[in-house]
Design a protein around this ligand. Structure first.
Ligand SMILES: C[S@@+](CC[C@H](N)C(=O)[O-])C[C@H]1O[C@@H](n2cnc3c(N)ncnc32)[C@H](O)[C@@H]1O
Length: 240
């Protein structure tokens, strides 16, 4: 996959993140590979960096919530799983904020592994960011069931299959009272996602943040015409 570096401001610094170069060309090739069967259930959106990931990354830095857990050794997250990791930006953030944790960057698109590894190497966290091919419509790998301290997902509710499968998958991964952090751009499935999540999770916090659309790597098709900033909901949940 042809890639390019974009500049992302995080924690007061300009950082570099690798994403796909020329999404339109990539999408045409992908459509050919899947015989023209492009649906939201299998669409290669993960090759770009979405506003939700940028917003949750800055929120986690500002809020210091994971660092506080990491400072308290009894609460320190040791195993964190990111679902729908895309290019691996959030996995790099998690590895930076939680220096003692192993981060599993999970996605069902095998082509993302090289991008995740490249970003992890650039961020100096390649020893603790591990790409894993998973599909959240399948059962959780037995070795991971109930083992995970925290699960993170950004922009992962854009198909009905996600609403049905992702909440129970995250719950199966987590230890009792384990934490689920999500960021969502409040498309029309958001209300149903929140409803489904409440079966297995208690909502601890619901925070809204604006994400400016004038940032390197934000593509025209991600934006409604004339929108300057997108409202992102951040959900902090704990497993029941
Ligand atoms: C909109 S992208 C968001 C990528 C990244 N989290 C971000 O915010 O930049 C959604 C991601 O979820 C992944 N995904 C979708 N359905 C999946 C499934 N059933 N199992 C695992 N990953 C899935 C996609 O491949 C994609 O990388």
């Amino acid at each position: 996959m042809q890639s390019k570096a974009i500049q992302v401001d995080w924690a007061g610094q300009a950082r570099q993140v690798w994403v796909v170069d020329q999404f339109d060309n990539f999408l045409s090739d992908f459509a050919e590979e899947v015989g023209g069967q492009l649906t939201d259930e299998r669409c290669p959106f993960g090759v770009l960096l979405w506003p939700c990931a940028r917003t949750l990354a800055q929120f986690l830095f500002d809020d210091q919530t994971l660092q506080k857990d990491a400072d308290d050794s009894s609460a320190a997250p040791r195993m964190i799983i990111e679902l729908g990791c895309g290019v691996g930006f959030m996995a790099c953030i998690l590895a930076t904020l939680c220096p003692d944790a192993a981060i599993y960057a999970c996605d069902y698109e095998a082509g993302l592994e090289a991008m995740v590894n490249r970003n992890a190497a650039d961020w100096g966290v390649a020893d603790r960011v591990h790409f894993k091919l998973i599909d959240w419509r399948e059962p959780v790998p037995e070795a991971w069931r109930g083992r995970c301290d925290a699960v993170v997902g950004t922009d992962v509710f854009y198909d009905d299959s996600h609403l049905k499968h992702l909440p129970p998958y995250a719950a199966d991964l987590l230890k009792p009272r384990g934490r689920l952090l999500l960021a969502d751009p409040k498309r029309y499935r958001f209300g149903q996602a929140l409803h489904n999540l409440k079966d297995s999770f208690d909502l601890q916090r619901h925070i809204e943040r604006n994400c400016s659309m004038h940032q390197d790597g934000i593509e025209d098709f991600m934006i409604n015409l004339g929108v300057e900033a997108q409202k992102i909901s951040i959900l902090d949940l704990s497993k029941k």
